[in-house]
Ligand binder design. Structure first.
Ligand code: MV4
Length: 509
């Protein structure tokens, strides 16, 4: 049964975002025969996404508040170009109910959930309550916001210490306080409320039992406007630093088919219950074999490609179909998780210097390829990464028949990756791909800080292996070049020594 003739198929999409995710959406548009419109800031004039689009509008100066976060400017561009829909990507305005509402009022389709659903899920206390109602297991704690010390004390007595106080208007780890004993509670409650008020404009906080070193596991969901909702299995995102994910994978080494089905179906059911439209993610903490709901991310996420690799579903295209009023193009029983996929976020940051951002000009660039390799990026050789936004250069995603093949393939792809001109975190990814606990799948949210050998491992790999970049004598910075010449000289020496030893003839002939 084909629905195209009665649905209101989108013809032109404005992408209210930048970088790789803007290109990801435009790729879907091109495949679907939909026109794409970029909006860009003065800092992004030369960015690939602004060139890739069929049309491009300058929004304003580099600071996001004057460009990508400015609802009026984005709406003006959308009206001017005659877009019938807006894709928000991730970050910026993606989960802003006011932005979704502005689209609804202008009759421009917001590709994602309704402003009502965004507001509900943006309130973390309301979202928790809704999930409890839907039968999703949540972390033990409150089902309403906590205002009084007495109230907090009673809850903490029930759950036991440690506890964590979280802002109701927050998410993503900002402004949370861990409390280890009752003595610290009153001060912690007051300071968290104060931080919540200044950061999110709402002083409301809630309390959960604090789980020590849990795994971060999230379920990918898709809901349509016909009351269907399905899940695409889970991703594990435990490898992160200061709430910035660095490596994600699907499936999680900790989740078996039974747990996936049980939690996936509960998550999809909850999405159906709230009337969720589009792509979304339900975040869980995993501890002692159990999954506990934390929050919903009402958007397409950075790490969505690992799910696309193992399920074969194009999540972005499906989101556009849903926004056009079409039903999901498949059912839950069509979904199969096949093989294993890992994503490494390649960032312009120095892993040897506490991951400080290193934006700047890319002198030369060669992305990896070959079997099972996907690169989602918005850069090119000669492009300068601006300092105003996040320093992600690319996402390197690989697929393999099993996790072990995926890890070998990732190591191979990282070896192929050439980015010169600025420091990047490829040495970090190489070290993790060799880490014995990572290889065994023993992960937790404190992985990076507890794997204290990682800095030495990074240095050791750089010493041991001559990079492809150095073999090709592509100029990085000078220090690296000198080191490379020395390394090549050492290997040449070793090689001739070995040859001499293995030869029957004496070196003198
Ligand atoms: C927690 C937790 C332990 N127990 N909640 C941080 C990000 C935000 N989405 C929730 N976060 C956490 N909530 C309870 N009850 C530990 C974290 C946490 C974390 C979670 C996911 C990924 C990385 C993390 C790093 C530190 C803390």
């Amino acid at each position: 049964m084909s629905y195209w003739w009665w649905c209101n198929m989108i013809k032109k999409i404005l992408i209210a975002n930048r970088g790789e995710i803007a290109i990801r959406v435009m790729r879907a548009c091109r495949e679907m025969g939909i026109a794409s419109v970029a909006v860009y800031s003065e800092a992004d004039k030369d960015a690939l996404f602004a060139k890739y689009a069929d049309e491009a509008y300058l929004l304003g100066p580099a600071p996001a508040t004057l460009s990508y976060l400015n609802i009026e400017k984005v709406m003006k561009a959308a009206k001017e170009c005659g877009a019938d829909a807006i894709h928000p990507g991730y970050g910026f305005l993606a989960e802003n109910p006011k932005f979704a509402e502005a689209c609804e009022q202008e009759g421009i389709k917001f590709i994602g959930p309704s402003s009502r659903v965004l507001a509900l899920l943006g309130d973390k206390v309301a979202a928790r309550r809704e999930m409890i109602r839907a039968g999703v297991p949540v972390v033990p704690g409150t089902d309403e916001c906590v205002t009084q010390f007495k109230q907090a004390k009673d809850i903490a007595k029930e759950t036991g210490y440690p506890i964590i106080i979280k802002p109701a208007g927050g998410g993503g780890g900002i402004g949370m306080t861990i409390v280890w004993s009752e003595g610290e509670l009153e001060k912690a409650l007051e300071s968290t409320q104060a931080i919540a008020a200044t950061t999110f404009g709402i002083a409301d906080v809630y309390i959960e039992k604090y789980l020590t070193n849990p795994r971060h596991i999230e379920f990918q969901l898709l809901g349509d406007s016909h009351g269907n909702a399905i899940h695409l299995g889970e991703r594990e995102c435990s490898i992160q630093r200061r709430h910035q994910k660095l490596i994600e994978e699907s499936p999680s080494p900790a989740v078996n088919a039974k747990l996936r089905k049980e939690i996936g179906e509960k998550a999809a059911n909850a999405a159906r219950m709230v009337g969720y439209e589009g792509a979304g993610t339900m975040e869980f903490l995993y501890s002692d074999g159990k999954l506990y709901f934390m929050e919903v991310n009402a958007r397409v996420q950075v790490e969505h490609p690992v799910t696309e690799m193992v399920t074969g579903v194009d999540i972005v295209k499906e989101g556009i179909r849903i926004a056009s009023g079409l039903p999901l193009s498949f059912t839950q029983k069509d979904v199969k998780v096949r093989g294993s996929a890992i994503e490494c976020r390649i960032n312009a940051e120095d892993p040897f210097e506490d991951f400080v951002p290193t934006p700047g000009k890319i002198k030369s660039y060669n992305a990896p390829g070959g079997p099972g390799v996907r690169v989602d990026s918005g850069v090119y050789s000669g492009y300068t990464i601006p300092p105003f936004y996040d320093p992600m250069i690319a996402k390197l995603i690989v697929w393999g028949r099993d996790r072990s093949e995926t890890i070998s393939r990732m190591r191979r792809a990282l070896y192929e990756y050439i980015i010169t001109g600025m420091k990047n975190n490829i040495p970090f990814h190489l070290a993790v791909m060799e880490n014995p606990r990572f290889v065994k799948g023993e992960l937790g949210t404190h992985f990076i800080e507890s794997e204290t050998t990682l800095p030495d491992d990074m240095a050791a790999i750089a010493e041991r292996e001559i990079s492809l970049e150095n073999k090709l004598q592509i100029k990085g910075d000078d220090k690296k070049r000198i080191a490379a010449i020395a390394a090549v000289a050492a290997v040449t020496q070793l090689f001739s020594d070995t040859q001499r030893r293995n030869s029957n003839e004496s070196p003198e002939g």
